[in-house]
Every structure is written in structure tokens, then in C-alpha cells.
Design a protein around this ligand. Sequence first.
Ligand SMILES: Nc1ncnc2c1ncn2[C@@H]1O[C@H](COP(=O)(O)OP(=O)(O)OP(=O)(O)O)[C@@H](O)[C@H]1O
Length: 688
Amino acid sequence: MQVGLWTVAARGKTHLDLGKDCPKELNVAPAENFWTTMRHGAVRLRVEETGPASEPPVTAHQRLWDSAQRFGNHPAMAVKRDGQWRTTTYLQYYQACRAAAKSFLKLGLDRFHGVGILGCNSPEWFIGHIGAIIAGGIPVGIYPTSSVDACQYVANNSEANILVVEDDYQLKKILQVKDQLPHLRAIVQYNDDLKEKRPNLYTWVEFMQLGSEIPDSELDDIIASQKVNQCCTLIYTSGTTGAPKGTMLSHDGITWLSKMFSRYSGLREREIHVSYLPLSHLAAQFFDIWLPMYLGGTIYFANKDALKSQESLFDTLKEVRPTVFFGVPRTWEKIQGVLVEMESKSSSMQRSINPSAGYPSSATNLKHMNGTGSGSLGFSMADLGLDRCVLRYTGGAITPKDTLEYFMGLNLPLIEIYGMSESSGNHTVSLTRNYRITSCGTTVPGCKTRIHMPDEDGNGEICIGGRHVFMGYLNMVEKTKEAFNEEGWLHTGDIGKLDQDGFLYITGRIKELVITSGGKNIAPIPIENDLKKEVPIISNAMLVGDKRKFLSMLITLKCTTDQDTLMPGDNLTPDAIRFCQQLGSRATRVSEVVKSKDPAIYKAIQEGMDRVNKRAVSNAHRVQKWTILERDFSVDGGELGPTMKMKRSVILKKYDKIIDEFYKVENSLQGKTQRSLAEKNEDFKSKL
Ligand SMILES: Nc1ncnc2c1ncn2[C@@H]1O[C@H](COP(=O)(O)OP(=O)(O)OP(=O)(O)O)[C@@H](O)[C@H]1O
């Protein structure tokens, strides 16, 4: 039978075994299993006979080549250099990737070996990434914030032959461990001048010329030998739930999902994007590299401090005015904070506030939101550069309901998406025409969702099937086996439910459950978000209680970024100061609040906690003790991952002494909630 360009003998099967005994020209390697842990391994394709999953599989090179044909002189990327935006067209992008690929070959890149890219988002990051793929290597992003040890781990684990580093700061990290990287052959630095010449260290300009003598035919042979069911990219998980794992994604998984998502989500051709989230994370790669490549979008690179300084991000947004924008929930919370701030500063008495919700009424304010002047709210979306942004995506973590409702009130709903590294991109998406608040939307066509062992409310583990499911964790057989069932379904470790129309709701993460010593399973995020909503001065709240007798909480306050270190500073944000003033406190710094145990603030937090505790479903769900930390969590501080989810194990370790105090001292000086009789009884029983 005919499936697209392919003739396949199998009939009546859900998955066509293109991987078995298929002719060479199909670009499919023979494979028996749905998973592998070997860098050169191949997996069975999950192409179906009909429907969206029957699309012909293509390699990454085929996708880029196709885009270069379709979008030739249209800008693929723009970066600001010396105050000017410099663009690269799709044709130039393609040619640059080929040149980089030849240079990688010249430097001795072996098939299926790593090319580590360590630095902030830039055209060189993209070109190094795609160049590595078409040269037959495996690109792997390393977080710019990674410690020397973490860089060494990824470089070693991926058997990297070449490391592409951004600047002297990143170079120094690699030089410290280069003698412990047996596969490393060369280092390329893509920004700044080299401070000193060393053997096998190249500037970007030198690098791009290195391969000029390699014949095109040599590269073309390598490209032609690439198989759609082999590894295209390696993504190291961010480690929010344990040691990073090298997630192998196939060419087909990435190219097929980016096509399906593009068609279904309402994205149009030639959208304008801003790249600012760390590219080592899959969500950023999906939005910045693969979706624009399919649709001919143009990527504008934000300044490298965009993640730490919202002013810097807003500067880029205002200049670029993207038509689509992906933010992790924390980004949207920050934008919400800025809007609320602007609104409160507005002297206009004609604001249209919806008294019941406390949010602007959508009907009256839509025209202002569209960027036509500051209007009655005291701000417009043009002030943020989002006036022509039609698709406002949020995902990567749970978006607080309060934030969803706020933007809904502005008639600018946030479009929730759900995915993970292991799903090559987004598995579900909300649609502007078909939207349910707090749901991550419906499953992308051709992808499959199943709820494993649902409880009476329909909640169970979300399982994912389809061509976009990852190949396996590099060199980790046990972890890979845990992720898959026998039929090749991926167990996500997330808890959720589907409604009758197929809308997915994420309700928890098995991987994050707090299990008290009394054996109670407690999902921390709803409690943490509830408290943040009750007490708006709180920036982060982390529930503690695993293997402990009761729950406690670490709290940080909203503060501004220190201008020198770009780390969370000691100054409270303007809205946090306003919160203090409303309570009669004159505090302007976190340290003042903590050192003086500012009675007004501590009382407000305790009262908020009491309200949260009142709503607790059982005594075990009540938070007994809490404390305010002197410094907010941050990516650089190591407490937050790239999607701003808390790295719980890091925080537990970093603040272990404070936590131990919760459980050591009965009448601690920290905030303490009256313990219920039932809890005391439970304690008593466990002591028997
Ligand atoms: N829209 C969403 N709502 C709620 N949670 C989400 C959403 N999108 C993604 N997530 C969460 O993020 C996870 C995927 O993120 P990622 O692939 O970065 O791995 P991780 O779970 O954060 O951590 P690790 O890197 O340690 O494995 C999902 O499994 C889910 O828990």
C-alpha cells in the first residue's frame, strides 16, 4: 500500500514497521524496538497508515533545505551587533550551517559524537547546532549557568569532540577540565576576541573557514546517510527531579511534531519571534529553532541579560513587537506585576475595574490593549511590545490560575501548552478558538494521550504515544525502561485528567509528590500557589515535608535584581513595598523584614497561611512552620531550572540547616501554626 512516498507491505497495524528491512532510500535504519540507549542506535518508527501520523518522515537537513527553498531571502534571524540589527536570510542560514558542518568535520567530529554548545542565544548557537546535526554529530546545549562540573558531565557523557563556547567566561570553565575530556579535539569561541591563542582553539571566523576545502560531495554523502529514526539532538533534562539525563530525540520526532504543531496551533507563516529562554532547554529549541524553520519565521535575539532583567526583555519586545511569544509562567507573572504596577500608577479615575474579580473588564479595555494609546488603564500592550502578539503561549510549568484570569480579564488569554523534553516539543496546545481556562488544551493531531489508572475523579498518570516520543536516555537502560511500557507509551510522571472533549488538565507531578512520614501523598504546587495568591509579597514558596512528620515551608519575598551581579538583590520590588506600606510597615529591603521579623509582614503571611490551611483537605496537608529566606531563588543561584521550576533537591540541600530547625525545635522562633490535635495524635502514634 502507498503511504505518502513509501510503499509498505504491512496492513491493519497501528504502527507501520518502516524500520524493518526497509530499502535504503527510505532513509530509515532497521530497528526492532521503540527505544534505545545507544548514541548510534535507531528506533522503530511510529508512522501510521492514515491520518496525521502518516506524514512522510524527514531528517533535520531535509527540513532546513526545504525552508531554504521556500523562504530563500526572507530573514531567518536577526541579532543586534554594534547597535544595528543584522539579519541572516534562510538561504544564508542554510549555507552557514553547511559551512559549519564542514568545519566540524575538519576538526575531527566523529559520527554520533557530541558538539557541546555553551553560551547564550545567538545565531552562532543555531548554526553550530544545525551544523553539528548535518555533519552527523549530535548537538547538545549546555546551560550558560552550569558549573564547571556540570559542563564536564555533559561534555563527557555526550563524548563531545568539539565544544562551542560563547566567551572568555565560558572558555575558562572548559579549560579547567579539558584534560579530563578524552574525546575533546577542539574549542570554538563565538563571541569576544580570544584573550590568548592556544592550540585547537578557534575564533568563530576562523572556524567558519576551516572546512572550506572539504568537498561538498563529502558532506552530501554524510547527509544522505542520515536516518530519520536515529538521534538528531541530545537534550539534558534540567535536573528538577534528579541527575540530568541525556534525552535522545530522533529526526522524525522533531520534524514531524514541529509540522503537526504548526498546522494545528494557528501559527502562521513568517511569524516574528523573540529568543530569550535558554536554548539548552527543549521548549526554547522547539519555539525558536524548529517551529520558525517550518513556517519561515524570523527570530530576533534578546540581550543576554533578558532572563534576569525584565527591563532588558521589554526593551527587545518593544523594538521587535513579536507576533508570537512564549513565556514560562514566571515570565507572565512578571508581566502581570508590571501591568498591575502601571495600572496603579495611572492617575486616571476612569479605570474600568471589574469589581468582583479585581481585574480590568475585558470589553471596555480591549481597544487599549491593542496598543492604541494608554487609555483608561494607564498602559497599553504597546508599552510592553506585545501589541501585535496574537499568540501568547505559556507552559513548562503550571501557570497560576490568578495569572490566567488576569490576562483573560484583559481579553488576552494565555495559550497553555504542555510538553516535556521526552516529547520532542509540545504534546498538547490550547487554541484561541477552542479554549478552556486552566487546561493545557487538546492533544496535537497524531499524538496520543492516555490516563493510566485514573482515580474516581479521572486523575491518573499522563501517558504519551506517537512519533514524537523520545528514543531513550543515553547510556541509561534502567531509566529508559522505567519511562516506557511494553507498547512504547511514555510514562510522563505527571498527573492529570482529560475532560469529555479531550482537554487535558495537569493536576500534579508524581515526580514531585511530598510523602510525609505518615505516608500521606501531598502535591506541593497547589498549596504553594495558594499561599502566593493569598500573600502577594511572596515570590517563591517551597513546601517541605518528604519523610517528615508535618509540612513546613520556605518563603522568599519579591525583590529587584542587583544591577551589578544580576542576582536577586535585597531591595523589595515597588509592589512589595506598597504591600508593606498598606500594612503599616516601612520596610523597603528583604533583610529589614527578616532581621526585625517585621511584625506586620509576618502577621500577614501567617494569616494567609491560616486561610490556606483552612482549605486543606486533611490535617496532614496543613503547613505547620515557615520561614522567610534572605535571598530569592534564581537560575544563577541554582534554585530554579530553565523554565523557572524550583529544583527541589537543590533547595533542600542548600537550606538543610534551616529545614532541620523546623523539625528540631518545637517552639521555634520561626512562624508556627497551631498544630491540631489530630496531628499531635498522629505524631504520638508514630512514636509508639
Ligand atoms: N502547561 C503545563 N502545566 C503544568 N506543568 C507543565 C506544563 N508544561 C510542562 N509542565 C511540566 O514540565 C515538565 C517538563 O519539563 P522538562 O522537560 O523541563 O523536565 P522537568 O520535569 O522540568 O525536569 P527534569 O529536567 O528534572 O526532568 C512536565 O513533565 C510537566 O511536569
